[in-house]
Design a protein around this ligand. Structure first.
Ligand code: ATP
Ligand code: PRP
Ligand code: NIO
Ligand code: MG
Length: 560
């Protein structure tokens, strides 16, 4: 699907944006009721009424007090390219009642988002409940059609980015985090989406090759148990020669060099842990992998016995490579007690460094995998461990501990009239009006509170006291003198407003924003156990208006 320059706001031919990543993201990727409502709006002559919708969530996921906003780039690309083709229009014709008038389908043929305006908090930002992540304005029928796809593009993206950020928080800054979820993700889009947004949330790399190509995310990987167990005997290695790293010498028989090193290791290490041999087929697999990738030799060491076979075999190959000027990449542990095994492996590497005078060998990289999640990372930290990198799949990409973020899209104004959605559950009452939102920072540089105001209220000023009120709880209020004020909503799609359009940042810029914002948060909002809720508030004027509208719209009961 190509963006049509005729339909771009302000005739900006140069502003063509790519289509969304997933070609399934089309105007049909919506709920049927959006089209039935669009028809009813059109039939009633109401389709061009000017509507304002807020997209927001009500509760932070994973028992935390923060969320990462993600998915915006795909939303804006969707809006920019929103145009129905004949096939899509004819499918809608078939799907709606036969009594729908032809004029509606002519209307759909002309429909695009040139009159839509999209404002949003920048992607990768730390965000909080009730504060609009996006504000979409435009003709009510078309904005209604956008509801479902925008929610679809934001809900999982933000959930999985938040999950990634939480894993990063527990793992610590210095660890390498690898996303290994492709095989266990919820289908192809679940996997690609997870790879993209885990990177934004602070992962370093993915094993997902398609995501590497689509987004430029760094690719990393080791090898599987199948590779190790596929080898039977050393005779399988035919080509045994290996050139040194600088190309100056050629080792004719790398297999024998490995064996020589294994014997030396045995002589100094063996009495401590075993009197037997290491597994030969494992040694063959490692040697073979080293011949294929001498400058990035990695070994999965838990196929037979980590300490009695995997680690000494790895060290033999790594030391043979060292003779030829190569530095081994490291090991992966995929079962057993990862705290204990990583510590034992580290001790082994350190004793090799000492014994054979190989500077840096003690620091050989240790990757751990196997059903890891926030809890296991936390448990490892508490026990003490020597893991440098984590490969995390299932729990990360499926967001195992919470199925959905629960973003909603609510009408807050129509034709300039504020609208409210009431509910028995106060947390579900929507905050009416076309609003602006600000983040206010305190003396210590931390964000203190987010405040929503009416569109035309004065902007909070640095150094000026402002009353921040809980939107629904009368007694909760505080004066804030901000040291810095961020205007949260930026214009990503100006429609016919004439406002400048904020460019979509690169994936790496979004990732950096996320990492920087997380670092700026006050630590008590971030802790895993009983974190302090971040304050989300409204101005005094907006507070009064919400409660006026609430009373106005809620029918008065009668007791008999
Ligand atoms: N030190 C540790 N503390 C807490 N959890 C750990 C520790 N080491 C490993 N784990 C976790 O314990 C679980 C162990 O998995 P499981 O009981 O399936 O055994 P396994 O090691 O995979 O054995 P198998 O090879 O038989 O599959 C994994 O989720 C792993 O992440
Ligand atoms: O455990 P997860 O967090 O989902 O991470 C990915 C897992 O996928 C692989 O296992 P799999 O059993 O598929 O293959 P293997 O033979 O390589 O272990 C890998 O070894 C990890 O254990
Ligand atoms: O490269 C790896 O080690 C890897 C990749 C995907 C799943 N498990 C492991
Ligand atoms: Mg496994």
């Amino acid at each position: 699907m190509e963006a049509n320059a005729n339909h771009l706001p302000n005739g900006e031919a140069a502003a063509v944006l790519d289509s969304p990543t997933n070609p399934m993201v089309t105007p049909l990727l919506t709920d049927l009721y959006q089209y039935t409502m669009a028809y009813a709006y059109w039939k009633g002559g109401k389709h061009n009424d000017r509507a304002v919708f807020d997209l927001y969530f009500r509760r932070n996921p994973f028992g935390g007090e923060y969320t990462i906003f993600a998915g915006l780039e795909e939303c804006i690309k969707f809006i920019a390219n929103f145009k129905m083709n004949e096939g899509e229009i004819s499918f809608i014709r078939q799907s709606l009642s036969g009594s729908c008038e032809d004029g509606f389908f002519d209307y759909l043929r002309e429909l695009d988002c040139s009159e839509v305006e999209a404002y949003a908090i920048p992607e990768g930002s730390v965000v909080f409940p009730k504060v609009p992540l996006m504000r979409i304005e435009g003709p009510v029928a078309v904005v209604q059609l956008l509801e479902t796809p925008l929610l679809n593009l934001v809900n999982f993206a933000s959930l999985v980015a938040t999950n990634a950020a939480r894993h990063r928080f527990v793992a610590g800054k210095s660890k390498m985090l690898l996303e290994f979820g492709l095989r266990r993700a919820q289908g192809p889009d679940g996997a690609i989406t997870a790879s993209k947004y885990c990177y934004i949330g602070g992962f370093d790399a993915t094993s997902n090759v398609a995501a590497g190509r689509l987004f430029g995310i760094p690719l990393r990987g080791t090898h599987s148990h199948a590779f190790v167990s596929s080898f039977m005997s050393p005779d399988e290695i035919i080509e045994k020669s290996l050139k040194s790293a600088d190309g100056s010498t050629n080792c004719e028989d790398f297999v024998s060099l490995v064996q020589t090193w294994l014997n030396k290791i045995k002589a100094v290490q063996w009495s401590k842990s075993s009197n037997g041999d290491t597994n030969h087929s494992e040694l063959t697999a490692f040697t073979s992998y080293a011949l294929a990738f001498p400058d990035n030799f990695l070994a999965l060491v838990d196929t037979y016995d980590v300490m009695r076979s995997g680690i000494p075999n790895f060290c033999a190959v790594a030391l043979a490579l060292n003779d030829l000027g190569y530095k081994a990449g490291g090991i992966r542990l995929d079962s057993g007690d990862l705290a204990y095994l990583s510590s034992e492996a580290r001790k082994f590497f350190q004793s090799i460094e000492k014994e054979f005078c190989i500077p840096g060998f003690g620091k050989t990289n240790i990757t751990a995998s196997n059903d890891l999640n926030e809890e296991t990372l936390d448990a490892l930290n508490k026990q003490g461990h020597e893991v440098d990198s984590y490969g995390i799949g299932t729990y990360l990409v499926t967001c195992y501990s919470q199925a959905a973020l629960g973003c909603v899209f609510k009408l807050v104004e129509i034709n300039g009239e504020p609208r409210i959605k009431l509910s028995e559950d106060v947390s579900k009452v929507s905050i009416p009006c076309k609003k602006r939102s600000y983040r206010l920072y305190g003396k210590e540089g931390y964000p203190l509170v987010d405040i929503m105001t009416g569109e035309n209220e004065p902007i909070p000023k640095v150094g000026e006291r402002i009353l921040c009120r809980h939107p629904f709880n009368e007694s909760k209020r505080a004066f804030v003198v901000p040291q810095k004020v961020d205007d949260l909503l930026k214009c990503y799609w100006p429609g016919t407003s004439g406002k400048p359009r904020v460019e979509l940042p690169s994936l790496n810029e979004t990732r950096e924003r996320c990492i920087n914002q997380l670092e700026q948060m006050r630590p008590d909002h971030m802790r895993r156990l009983n974190p302090t809720p971040y304050k989300v508030s409204v101005s005094a004027k907006l507070y009064d208006f919400i409660h006026f509208l609430w009373l106005n719209e809620a029918p008065v009961g009668e007791l008999q």
